[in-house]
Design a protein around this ligand. Structure first.
Ligand code: DSN
Length: 414
C-alpha cells in the first residue's frame, strides 16, 4: 500500500483503520467472508485496465487474448466445481445475475413466485422497492407459522393457484436446508421455470454440505463473495440449452464491459474452492454454526426454526425484550459485527427489526472452530442480557480483541 499511502494518505489511513477493525473484531455477518492474498492480488491487478465487451473469442475490443484465457479458465473451473454444463462469470453482482435470468425468460409483468424478503428472501427476488418488484408481477411464499421452515405442500398449492412463469428459490436469512428438487418439480408441474439463488450457500453446495441446485433447477445464480470466499461478484450456471439466452441477457442485455480484474479473481477463487481443504472449510462452517446455535439456545435465545443446517442462525429477540437494531449496535460496541434482520411474523420496520442474523463463514476462514464459537456465543449472551451494562460491553470488547487478533485475517489454502 506504499504508493497509496504516498499519494492519498487520507484514503490509505481509512483502509488501515478498516484493516484493524477486521483484524481485531469478529465478523459474523452471514453474507461476508475474508479473501486470500491470492484473490486480493488478482483483484488489485492490471487486469482492471482492459475493456473486454463480449465473450472469449468474440470481443468488441482488440488486445483481449489473455483476458479470453482468464475468462475461459474461470468458466471452466466454475463448471468443474459445480458439475455445471455452462457458466457465465460476468455478472457484476448476484442481483445482476438474477436480473439477467429474469430478463432472458420473462416479459414485463410476467409473474415470479419467490420467498418473501421479510421471511428470509432477497431484495432482488421481487421486493416492491426493487426494480424486480416494479417490473414483474410478484407473489411471495413464506415459511410455515409453526415450524418456521418452508412448507413444500403449501408452496405447491400456491404455485397451482398463482401460475407464475418462474419460481425463485434461495434465501438470505433462512437457516434450513432448501429442497431444490422439490422446487423444480413444483415448477415443472405448472410449466414454469425454476431459478435457485444459492448466493449464501454456494460454498456449501459446491462441497456437498448442502444439496446442490446445479443440474436440478433450470438456472442457478450465485455471488462469489459469500461462502465461496472470492471477490465481490456474481455468476450464473445452467444447462447448455439455456446458455445462449443467458449469455445474451448478461451482455449486451444487462451489462457492458465485464470487470476483468474481478473475473480474474473469480478464477483464483474457483481454484481455491476446488482444493480439498475448501471442503474441510465448508464442513467446519456448518459445525461452527451448529456449535454457536447450541450455545445461544442454552443462553436462552429463541432461534427461528429452532436451529440451523447451514452457515447462519436467525435469532428472534422478542423474548429478550430488545430490537435487532439495539442488538446490532450493542454487539458492534463489543467488536462483534452482526446485522439486524426481520423474522417471520415481523412487527417492526426493517430498520429496527425483532431479529438478528449471525453467520460463521468469516470466522471459520480465520481458523476458528467449535471452541471459539462457544466462547463467542457466551459473549453474545452476556452482552445482550443487559445492553445498558457498559462495563460488560467494554470487558467483552477487550476479550474479543484478544481472541480475534490471534487468528490470521487471510485464509490460506494448503
Ligand atoms: N444483502 C446480502 C445479505 O446480506 O444477505 C445478500 O445480497
Amino acid at each position: 500500500m506504499s504508493y497509496l499511502a504516498d499519494f492519498d494518505p487520507e484514503i490509505a489511513g481509512l483502509i488501515e483503520k478498516e484493516r484493524l477493525r477486521q483484524v481485531n473484531g469478529l465478523e459474523l455477518i452471514a453474507s461476508e467472508n475474508v479473501v486470500s492474498k491470492a484473490v486480493l492480488e488478482a483483484m488489485g491487478s492490471i487486469m482492471t485496465n482492459k475493456y473486454a465487451e463480449g465473450y472469449p473469442g468474440k470481443r468488441y475490443y482488440g488486445g483481449c487474448e489473455y483476458h479470453d484465457m482468464v475468462e475461459n479458465i474461470a468458466r471452466d473451473r466454475l463448471c468443474t466445481l459445480f458439475g455445471a454444463e455452462h457458466a457465465n462469470v460476468q455478472p457484476h453482482s448476484g442481483s445482476q445475475a438474477n436480473q439477467a435470468v429474469y430478463f432472458a425468460y420473462l416479459g414485463h409483468k410476467d409473474k415470479i413466485m419467490s420467498q418473501d424478503l421479510a421471511q428470509g428472501g432477497h431484495l432482488s427476488h421481487g421486493s416492491p422497492v426493487n426494480i424486480t418488484g416494479k417490473w414483474y408481477t410478484i407473489t411471495h411464499y413464506g415459511v410455515d407459522k409453526e415450524t418456521e421452515m418452508l412448507d413444500y405442500a403449501a408452496i405447491e398449492e400456491m404455485a397451482r393457484k398463482e401460475r407464475p412463469k418462474m419460481i425463485v428459490c434461495g434465501a438470505s436469512a433462512y437457516s434450513r436446508e432448501i429442497d431444490f428438487k422439490a422446487f423444480q418439480e413444483i415448477a415443472d408441474s405448472i410449466d414454469a421455470y425454476c431459478m435457485a439463488d444459492i448466493a449464501h450457500i454456494a460454498g456449501l453446495c459446491a462441497t456437498g454440505q448442502h444439496q446442490t441446485s446445479v443440474g436440478v433447477t433450470n438456472f442457478t445464480t450465485t455471488t462469489t463473495h459469500k461462502t465461496l470466499r472470492g471477490p465481490r461478484g456474481g455468476a450464473i450456471m445452467c444447462n447448455k440449452e439455456y446458455a445462449q439466452d443467458i449469455d445474451r441477457s448478461v451482455f449486451p442485455g444487462m451489462q457492458g464491459g465485464p470487470l476483468m480484474h474481478t473475473i480474474t479473481a473469480k478464477a483464483v477463487c474457483f481454484k481455491e474452492a476446488l482444493h480439498p481443504a475448501f471442503t474441510d472449510y465448508c464442513r467446519q462452517i456448518v459445525k461452527n454454526s451448529q456449535a454457536m446455535a447450541a450455545t445461544l439456545t442454552e443462553a436462552g435465545f429463541d432461534l427461528v426454526s429452532g436451529g440451523t443446517d447451514n452457515h447462519l442462525i436467525l435469532l428472534d429477540l422478542t423474548n429478550m425484550g430488545i430490537t435487532g437494531l439495539e442488538a446490532e449496535n450493542t454487539l458492534g460496541n463489543a467488536g462483534i459485527t452482526v446485522n439486524k434482520n426481520t423474522i417471520p411474523r415481523e412487527t417492526r420496520s426493517p430498520f429496527v427489526t425483532s431479529g438478528l442474523r449471525i453467520g460463521t463463514p468469516a470466522v471459520t476462514s480465520r481458523g476458528m472452530k467449535e471452541e471459539e464459537m462457544v466462547q463467542i456465543g457466551e459473549w453474545i449472551g452476556r452482552v445482550l442480557k443487559d445492553i445498558t451494562d457498559t462495563s460488560t460491553i467494554a470487558r467483552v470488547q477487550e476479550e474479543v480483541k484478544a481472541l480475534a487478533s490471534g487468528f490470521p485475517l487471510y485464509p490460506e489454502i494448503a
